[in-house]
Design a protein around this ligand. Sequence first.
Ligand code: NAD
Ligand code: DAU
Length: 345
Amino acid sequence: MTKNTREIFVTGGAGFIGSAFIRLLLDETADCKVTNFDALTYAGNLDNLEGLDAARHRFVHGNIADAEAVHTALGENTHAIVNFAAESHVDRSIANAAEFLRTNITGTQVLLDAVRARGVKRFIQVSTDEVMGSLPENEDAFFTEESPFAPNSPYAASKAAAEHLVRAAHHTFGLDTVVTRCGNNYGPRQFPEKFLPLAISNALKDESIPVYGDGGNVRDWIYVDDHCRAILLALEKGRPGAVYNVGARNEHHNIDVVGSLLNTLGKPRSLIRFVKDRPGHDRRYAIDPLLIECELGWRPRETWETGLQKTIQWYQQNSRWLERTRSGAYKDYYRKQYGTEVAAT
Ligand code: NAD
Ligand code: DAU
């Protein structure tokens, strides 16, 4: 490391996307080192950091809503903060929104204050398409950067509030901020409360797969490393104050996602179990990624077929990771959410 080394402060880097981003950043840049600041909630997992170069990655256990902890952990010359830290699961926000407000809203403001106080050059907010609500089905409608905010779940509302705070910090204090808004990520190391890893892990154990409502909801799926490449481009070349939608033009009905998965695994469709719908369930997300494609030259590298294949293989080959995440508190969550026991490990 030289004196030109850039210090990147990544929050939430022990989670699914944050850990993938740190891997990519260390692989694809030679001049960066990372402070990974994470509260290790139920979704944070030190196993996700296995194999990272210790000379370029420093883990700090801390909460983004705790200003003193953030200030203590920030280096003298932090180049950028990339904020992944969040409560990220819609169903949990419906059960109890309190932590979503503290982490997603207060936490983001604490980080923005720190950027200002400590002269951090750039702030990247990892946001979500859910801030724009739900699109009509069977219509040629897509989310663009101009789409109005219409968050429908407490999770989405908290992420929308965070985006407003980022916008205000740029407008009022001139902070150099960039927001990325992505759709549904899939890939290795995703906590199995989310639909795809839940479906994969249940199918691997011949356990039924809960599908909400009629299974006709549409999500726009993106392989996690493609999302991370978009965030890296936003960090390196994003326009100050910009918002970029990130999507791989890969819409699928939930029922078809499970169908593809069962086909690939050679498991029967009888594993599908339709269950009570999620309250306020958004019907369709679909992203128009034209801006990031034209302005930053971003393109996804994985197709749905290659990405799904890689993802399934990873879960098949990492049964220890899966067993550990499905033990303990996960069992209580699963029982409350689905009214059945999670398959024995
Ligand atoms: P995740 O739930 O897997 O990980 C979140 C991480 O943040 C965990 O490591 C957790 O310990 C940490 N964390 C939570 N509260 C914290 C706090 N107060 N202080 C410090 N760390 C804290 O989430 P993910 O799926 O990796 O999502 C990462 C980010 O990307 C989130 O901001 C989410 O809103 C956004 N996003 C996710 C998706 C998706 O499909 N998963 C899509 C678009 C945007
Ligand atoms: O669009 C981006 C968002 O994608 C991110 O901001 C969120 O952090 C991320 O969790 C995700 O939100 P969703 O609510 O779309 O993801 P989830 O995996 O919870 O659900 C995907 C779809 O599958 C959704 O239509 C609900 C449905 N579903 C989900 C679960 C957990 C089921 O049918 N059964 C289930 O058991």
